[in-house]
Every structure is written in C-alpha cells, then in structure tokens.
Design a protein around this ligand. Structure first.
Ligand code: PLP
Length: 349
C-alpha cells in the first residue's frame, strides 16, 4: 500500500467530514526503532525491550505534522484563509508548511531568541510571517487565543481539538508496529501537554491495551511536576520551555488514569540522554526529544519503574537538525590535518 498520510490511513477514527479535502505531506508512518545498545545500558540484565518512535522523520521534522494535517484540513474545510499559532518552533514550521501547501496565510509568534535555528529557518522558507515577541511562549499563546476572538483567523495550536485528533494516530501506529499491542510504558516530553493528551486518547480509542504514561518536564520548566505555573521557564530543551501548559488538566487526568507519573529532569540529564541516543543508537534528536529517555533512566535508577521484561516506547519528538546550535556547542572542534595521506596515517598511529 502506498502511504498517503495519517488521515488516509486512520481517518475513520477521526470525526472528519467526508467532504473535507485532505491536506497532507504524507506525514506519519515513522519508524519504531528497537534499541540495539541502550536497553542493556539502562537496565542491565533486565530483558528490557526498548523502542524509539522516531518522530523527527516526519515531513517538517517533528510529530507536530500529525496534528497539523488534521488542523489545516479542517481549517480549509471551514473556509479559513489565515491561520495563526504561538510556537517554540516546531508548531510554527509545521503550520507554515501545511499552510503553504493549501495556499493559506500563516502567522507565527515565537519567543525572541528562544527558537532553535532549524525551526526558524524552515518557518521562513515556507513563507510564514514570523513575529518575534519579547515574551515567552505562554505570552504568545495568550495573544493568539485573544486575536482569534477579534479576527476571522483559525488557531492551530494544540488547544485546537483537531491537533489532538491527528496526533493520536501516533498511538495507533505504535500498537500496529508492536504487532497489535500497546507498550507497558510510554515515555515522552511534556510541554504544552497536547501530545500526552493525544496519545492517551489514541490508546484508549484503539483498544489494544493501555500503557502507563511517563511524562518528562525540564526542571526549569516543570509546572505540572511542581503543581504551579512557572513564570520564567528556562531550559536547553526549548521545545518544552513552557510554564503554563494549555492542556495541564488533561495531562494530569491521563497520567492518573494510566497509573503513570511525571518527573522533572535537569538540563544536564537531558543532554546526557541526548548524547547517548546519538552515540549509542545513531539517533540524532533535538534536546527536548531526549527528555523521555532521561526520565526513564532516572526512574529506573530510583526504582520507581521496574524495567524487568517490559516493553517500553520512548517518543523522539523532533529531529536533531532542528537545533544545530546545541550540537555544535556540545561537540569538540573537528580535528585539522594537512591534505596528505602520511598525515592521516600518522594520526591513526
Ligand atoms: C511540541 C514539542 C514537544 C512538546 O509537546 P506538547 O504537546 O507541547 O507537550 C516536545 N518535543 C518537541 C520536539 C516538540 O516539538
């Protein structure tokens, strides 16, 4: 079968009107990569089956495309000609691409200086009007929620129910890829909390078993873990630099219903997990995407998660090339040699 995107494959699970014309970039169908080395590293001798859902391989490099195909399809169906979002970067890039594909005007509000280079570059390339505000993501979200009450513009943040509808297809794919069964644990980063809400909805609807959810927040941006709004969130994981998640209540409900938990990981733990993913598995992700692994390592270490014989899925939410700045900053300078075979041979000795 030719893959034509998540609405083509799973549309019957979404309340889309049959007359809606699907706007797709053939998102979804991302690989579920089984761990080759990290499972044994994380839990030696435990027989852990660890898998990575590599969402960075979506058309704009993050899982946001799953929700955006649904949100833009619905916006076009309803006759919108302008869409808007606030974004830490990936929603902006995704909205910009799907808007370009359907001829919509697209405005994105981003926190000044806090958006990774690859995300900004893509949003601009797709022709979005990028507006940098001297505030946080949370400030931007407040602005866009208000402007859509005043102007006929469609809001495509994950407060839009169609984003959740599209993103829940990630849960369907994981069950299909595991051969018709949900994992024991499902680990993922939590920012605005749309994705954790969507996955829980998806697992419930697909009826192939329910995982326990393990949410990860960055310790400098951990409102759900601490139970209070963070007014100046700070973390290297810019995609989850959010102090007041729009779907906070839904996330807590999903965590409770699943018998799961949410924990905060430091930037150091996030970058350690980020290095391990690249150097032990060949999986290059943006920092936020490594926080699920960081959280799992922490809770296995603390004895809060028993990995013995378990099947655990970690969602890698965005591609490493989204944030080249961090990769360059964390790396050693490349070695310099004369263009001479003897110099290379000498180096190898
Ligand atoms: C958006 C995003 C998140 C957070 O997802 P929420 O739905 O906001 O909780 C995590 N990682 C990456 C790479 C993202 O783009």
């Amino acid at each position: 079968m030719v893959w034509s995107g998540v609405l083509d494959k799973y549309g019957s699970y979404l309340p889309l009107a049959s007359a809606a014309r699907i706007i797709t970039l053939n998102e979804g169908n991302t690989p579920l990569v089984e761990s080759n080395r990290l499972a044994e590293f994380v839990a030696p001798g435990a027989g852990l089956k660890l898998y990575f859902k590599y969402e960075g391989l979506n058309p704009t490099g993050s899982f946001k495309d799953r929700g955006m195909t649904a949100a833009i399809t619905q916006a076009v169906f309803e006759g919108a000609n302008t869409v808007i979002c606030a974004s830490t970067g990936n929603t902006a890039a995704s909205a910009a691409a799907y808007a370009a594909r359907s001829g919509l005007r697209c405005l994105v509000l981003v926190p000044e200086g806090k958006i990774a280079l690859g995300k900004l570059a893509a949003s601009l390339a797709y022709g979005a009007e990028v507006i940098s505000i001297d505030g946080s993501f949370d400030d931007g979200l407040k602005m866009v929620r208000e402007i859509v009450k005043r102007k006929p513009i469609a809001l495509v943040n994950s407060v839009n129910p169609w984003r959740i509808e599209g993103q829940k297809t990630g849960a369907f794919e994981i069950c299909d890829q595991l051969g018709g069964v949900a994992p024991d644990w499902h680990c993922l980063p939590v920012g605005n909390a749309g994705n954790i809400t969507a996955y829980w909805m998806g697992y419930q609807q697909y009826e192939q078993g329910l995982p326990r959810l393990l949410g990860a927040q960055a310790s400098g941006a951990a409102p759900i873990v601490s139970g209070k709004v963070v007014t100046s969130p700070e973390t290297v994981a810019t995609a989850i630099r959010i102090g007041n998640p729009a779907r906070w209540r839904e996330a807590v409900q999903a965590l409770d219903d699943s018998g799961g938990t949410i924990t905060a990981v430091t930037d150091e733990e996030i970058l350690n997990a980020w290095r391990l993913l690249a150097k032990m598995e060949g999986l290059f992700v943006e920092p936020a995407s490594a926080s699920g692994l960081a959280a799992l390592m922490k809770l296995v270490n603390d004895g809060e998660v028993d990995p013995t014989g378990k099947r655990i899925v970690i969602v890698l939410t965005g591609h490493g090339l989204k944030d080249p700045g961090i990769a360059v900053r964390e790396a050693a300078e490349p070695l310099k040699l004369p263009a001479d075979i003897n110099a290379l041979e000498a180096y190898l000795e």
